[in-house]
Design a protein around this ligand. Structure first.
Ligand SMILES: Nc1ncnc2c1ncn2[C@@H]1O[C@H](COP(=O)(O)OP(=O)(O)OP(=O)(O)O)[C@@H](O)[C@H]1O
Ligand SMILES: [Mg+2]
Length: 273
């Protein structure tokens, strides 16, 4: 009789797709009996584990859908090496308050200092917090939009690109934008302004964005919207890649000075609602 109930219970748990409850049932029943726990405590544990497992699974799905180029985490970021970044400012961003408030984040700095690492890590935190994320390089996003525009489906492509709560546009400024790309960039900014968050990474300080967009008027209209409700984090210092190379004993290539140092821009918060 007991065996029948047990079989039926497993069958029903599987039918309800309660995979974790089904898997943990035996061990929880045994532990409950041993510890003299109540039925309610056992049920609470089983249901709690099921919820945790489902949340982890959907976070993984969001991480996969985001299109991150690599898996980088905040735990894996060495704040002792990167002293120009205030860990408290990153912890604040990791609360995802900025996404709930549709604010932007801009990570500025020279090559190799950890901008993309931090962008991905914050994206992963967003996914863990249940938020949808899209990661794309600015060049790729704009090329896709241009293709869509040529095929007469720009609005659909723009909606698709902007569907996530957090859009991460990596490497803005690495290639100068032509007139059409600059306008498409403005369309992204306009689309998300005060509606949803965008995280930008760039190796160019704000005063150089006019050059990047090839149009100072468009750049200032875009920047005005981007920084209205935003946090700017300036990452400075030596390239982590070069340090790794040096540690491995490989001589570092000669890097032009201007690509290693950027005019300091302090961590600032503007606006806020
Ligand atoms: N402080 C850090 N702690 C741990 N790893 C780091 C740190 N900074 C950078 N890295 C690692 O160094 C490599 C280069 O960092 P990343 O790609 O984030 O640089 P970047 O600022 O985006 O450079 P680029 O402008 O060239 O794109 C990555 O593998 C990253 O994980
Ligand atoms: Mg990068």
């Amino acid at each position: 009789m007991k065996g029948l109930v047990y079989e039926r219970l497993h069958g029903n748990l599987q039918a309800l797709n309660l995979v974790t409850v089904d898997r943990n049932l035996d061990t929880t029943l045994e532990a409950t009996a041993k510890a003299g726990k109540s039925f309610m405590e056992a049920l609470d544990e089983l249901v709690g584990d099921e919820v945790t497992a489902r949340r982890a699974l959907s976070a993984e799905t969001r991480i996969k859908l985001a299109g991150f180029p690599a898996r980088k985490t905040l735990e894996g970021f060495d704040f002792d090496f990167q002293t120009s970044v205030d860990p408290a400012a990153i912890r604040e961003l990791a609360t995802m308050r900025f996404v709930h408030n549709a604010e932007n984040v801009i990570l500025l700095g020279p090559t190799g200092v950890g901008k993309t690492h931090l962008a991905i890590a914050l994206g992963i935190e967003a996914a863990r917090a249940g938020l949808s994320v899209t990661f794309v390089t600015a060049t790729h996003a704009l090329a896709k939009l241009k293709q869509a525009s040529d095929r007469g489906i720009l609005e659909r492509a723009l909606r698709n690109l902007c569907r996530s709560k957090l859009l991460i546009l990596d490497e803005l400024g690495y290639h100068p934008l032509d007139r059409e790309a600059a306008h498409l960039f403005f369309r992204i900014v306009e689309n998300r302004y005060e509606r949803a968050s965008t995280l930008f990474t760039s190796n160019k300080v704000y005063s150089e964005w006019g050059e990047v967009l090839g149009d100072p008027v468009l750049a200032s209209a875009a920047l005005d919207r981007i920084v209205h409700h935003s946090t700017t984090i300036s990452v400075r210092g030596e390239s982590y890649r070069l340090r790794e190379k040096r540690r491995a004993g490989t001589p570092a290539p000669v890097v032009p000075l201007e690509s290693r140092t950027l005019r300091p821009l302090h961590h600032e918060r503007k606006g806020g609602k």
